[in-house]
Ligand binder design. Sequence first.
Ligand SMILES: Cc1cc2nc3c(=O)[nH]c(=O)nc-3n(C[C@H](O)[C@H](O)[C@H](O)COP(=O)(O)OP(=O)(O)OC[C@H]3O[C@@H](n4cnc5c(N)ncnc54)[C@H](O)[C@@H]3O)c2cc1C
Length: 419
Amino acid sequence: MRKILSSIFGVRSLESDVVIVGAGPIGSLAALHAAKKGIKVSILEQRKEIGIPDHCAGLLSVNGLTILGLDNLPRNIIQNTKIKGAKFHSPSGQVFSIKRNETQAYVINRTLFDQFLKQKAEKVGVNYLTNKKVLDANFDRNNKKLTIEYLDLKLKKKKQHTSMVGIIASGSKRKIPRDSGFKQISNKKYLIGYQYDVENISDLDINMIEIYVSNKLAPGFFVYIIPTSQTSAKVGLASRLKSSIDQLNHFIQKHPIVKDRFVKSSIEKKYSGRIIINGLLKRTSSNGLLITGDAAGQTKATTGGGVITGGIAGTIAGKIASDSILAQDNSKGFLKKYDDLWKKQLLSQFKSMAFFRWCVNRLTDKALEKVFETIIENNIADLIVEKGDIDSQADVLRALLRHPVIIKLGIRVLPLLQF
Ligand SMILES: Cc1cc2nc3c(=O)[nH]c(=O)nc-3n(C[C@H](O)[C@H](O)[C@H](O)COP(=O)(O)OP(=O)(O)OC[C@H]3O[C@@H](n4cnc5c(N)ncnc54)[C@H](O)[C@@H]3O)c2cc1C
């Protein structure tokens, strides 16, 4: 296919038809779907090895993986196949649980997951170029070609890569290639998340993740314990505070409810990374370029999770990029189909989650206690079990906001909100 296109349209001088910046899960999914139609796809990745270092809790919904066509992940990638629900803890220790009978989510090893996606993409011909740090992306309107400038980190030399279409999937690092023309996600939309792999924790329930909300501990987010076995877990925290890492240490060592469970524990690994909350870019296509995944802010404002939602958008980006090559049209008019399609599938979800996050961020600890009280007294957890979905949260959030008990609660907590 590539040879035929090259000879007909004279694109022989290009290094690839589609080039992707960043070999995270979203870049690899975009590459995989772009290459399926037989066009030449390359990925430029600054790291030496794909997926290293890891920066993710790896909690992925079973439904989401199925949507991405990844329901048959190799067993060695999955650390826990049994997540059925979550236990929510208020600042003072009130608890409610949401649990289903079937597994709702897997905990995966992100390094192995990213490497698995790379292998899948390589099987359909994607060319991975590591140690290449992209600096710039320029679209030439006259010859309708995209030139990517990158630094070859091994040779310590600047080089160029030309193609028809580029997909930026460079993750949550603040800098995206300079001249790409896309908006940078504002610093205010980021939280820094810290996470430890911890062994020898007592009283873990392998079926349940634990969530702790508290303005003192983690304003703007929460603390999580995600079990990977009966005695080990990923324990993480993000917040608006600069001292989030101290907050995580404080949680493990001093939190009145959990500290005893960590007495014999040991921290095996530490990670940190940027979590994007409400950073969605409105415009994600231009002449010869698309932007996707964390780089486009396509994460859930409720949890910061972005593998499934970004994966859906990245898949669309890959398909539209390859369609554009086959149609010989890399104009912004053609590529806007990507904007239209991901927005059709995800925008109302993102908006509902953003609104929910906005509301939760305004709850003082006193108001949070009232919310927990109401949920527990009125069995609201049952409604969440009935309508909830880890990735598509709009339905349950709408149902909650229309529930008479929640409307009454809203009126009661109004004086307790923080602005
Ligand atoms: C602590 C923490 C826990 C999380 N837990 C979860 C979770 O449980 N579930 C979930 O769904 N999400 C989670 N997330 C979010 C999730 O990690 C991201 O949404 C996901 O990694 C986005 O994938 P991506 O491919 O867009 O970006 P990334 O995974 O960040 O990949 C981007 C790639 O681009 C490369 N790159 C960047 N700049 C350049 C450049 N200039 N040139 C070349 N290469 C470049 C990077 O090296 C990287 O390999 C978590 C995030 C954090 C920080």
